[in-house]
Design a binder for this molecule. Structure first.
Ligand code: 5GP
Length: 132
């Protein structure tokens, strides 16, 4: 069975898209720790990030870097943090989380409740800044 992220990549499930190329898809996390919290996933469904081959994994980080730069341009933050967990969804992904205080990087922190309009506006402004 396809992972929820494969369904998102294939547009069977909607998402707030940030960027896409041949190998990767970036979209807003539905339960964000901060405005602009984005997930970067490979289009190939691989569960564990360190099972990804070296070339694809390198490209994934470079793709994530471009997305992180766009987030930093639009969301006021000290840095965009990088988190890899993979406890919930068995499809490798990188969390990109804009933060001011390191506490905001904890996956156990309370999640934001954003409206559809807020998600749309955030996705629109970040996606416009992505330069692949
Ligand atoms: P992890 O697998 O790294 O522990 O967490 C999975 C992340 O994916 C969580 O932050 C969760 O909010 C996010 N997530 C799970 N299902 C969906 C979904 O259907 N859409 C989106 N946009 N994010 C999701």
């Amino acid at each position: 069975m396809s992972s929820i992220f494969t369904k998102i990549i294939n547009k069977e499930i909607p998402s707030y898209k940030i960027a896409e190329d041949n190998n990767f898809y970036a979209f807003l996390d539905i339960n964000p720790l901060a405005k602009g919290h984005t997930l970067v996933v490979p289009k190939t469904e691989i569960d564990y990030i360190f099972d990804i081959n070296d070339d694809l994994l390198s490209d994934m980080m470079i793709f994530a870097k471009k997305v992180a730069k766009a987030i930093k341009q639009e969301i006021p933050c000290n840095r965009v943090g990088v988190l890899v967990i993979g406890d919930e969804v068995p499809h490798a992904h990188i969390h990109l989380i804009p933060f001011n205080n390191v506490k905001e990087m904890s996956i156990l922190s309370p999640k934001l409740k954003l409206t559809t309009q807020e998600f749309k506006e955030i996705a629109e402004k970040i996606s416009k800044q992505v330069k692949l």
